[in-house]
Write a protein that binds this ligand. Sequence first.
Ligand code: PBG
Length: 352
Amino acid sequence: MTLPDPRDPRTSPAANVLISRGVPAPGIPRERPRRLRSFPALRALVRETRIDPAQLILPVFVREDIDRPHPIEAMPGVVQHTLDSLRATAAECAQAGVGGIDLFGVPAARDEAGSGAWDPEGILNRGIAAVREEVGDSLVVCADTCLDEFTSHGHCGLLDDTGRVDNDATLPLYQAMAVTQAEAGAHMVSPSGMMDGQVEAIRSALDATGHADVAILAYSAKYASAYFGPFRDAVGSTLRGDRTTYQQDPANRREGLREVLLDITQGADIVMVKPAGPYLDVVADVAVRSNLPVAAYQVSGEFSMVEAAAHRGWIDRDRVIRESITGIVRAGANLVLTYWALEVAQTMGNRA
Ligand code: PBG
């Protein structure tokens, strides 16, 4: 179909403006980026970023005192698992080609020091053992190495007399936790507490106990983010106050890189930025400067906002999920932790 002459007042609504103002005819574009957008196969051919299920990690919650999976209100579709439902989910992940699974524990009882965290019979360690038994090496089994789910006060470390999180007193507890996670069968431990020196402390503990092959996925640049809100519901967090004395100020970009470079020197195997979507500048900085794989964690708030808007019909859920993960990978993340990992692997495959 040929379009009408834009300067013919009988057919063109813009003709009067063009003629009366003497607007010159536009030049003919030499560069036509649209050429490569003409049809799906061509778009796929030149696509720069694809999502591969093998680069996704599914975070999962395993809870101690339940006999059936318990829905998490603030995270529609996500549950606190029993050991059995955890096994089943891990098997599904392996089947669907998801790269890994990251376990968080929800214990029945908590204390000041978070001692359930390094109890070999604690819920998290039992979960790790169950998953390893189920999937072997077909899935990378990763564990959260942080005390907050296990402490009565909900903080990521031990509190001193003034109620402040004591960095150096916390490090041995992370060491104990990491060692028992390795004994339970974790391929990878993931310190997320943002204590200074945590990666080095854990590396030395693992090496000294015969776990030199257990990798460290370091939560390196972790921000004191309001996007963690729904996660607190997911783990039944008892935290009052916030984590601003250990997690980073959301305003700080350079500091994210500093934390990453420190973790690299301390022996991290993979460095992570968290949250992901609101921190893509940090992901991009890290992607340029890191000689290690870069992970990004699309956190609970990023998940729940999309689910809530989609539930109301305000956005196209599937497209936003794909676009949000694509954006994280495009920024430079090699791995993405996302609550949609299994669904993406099962339903979207490689359609980036
Ligand atoms: C703390 C931890 C948190 C998350 C992962 N590990 C919560 C926090 O730091 O307050 C948040 C994950 C999410 O929001 O999805 N160990």
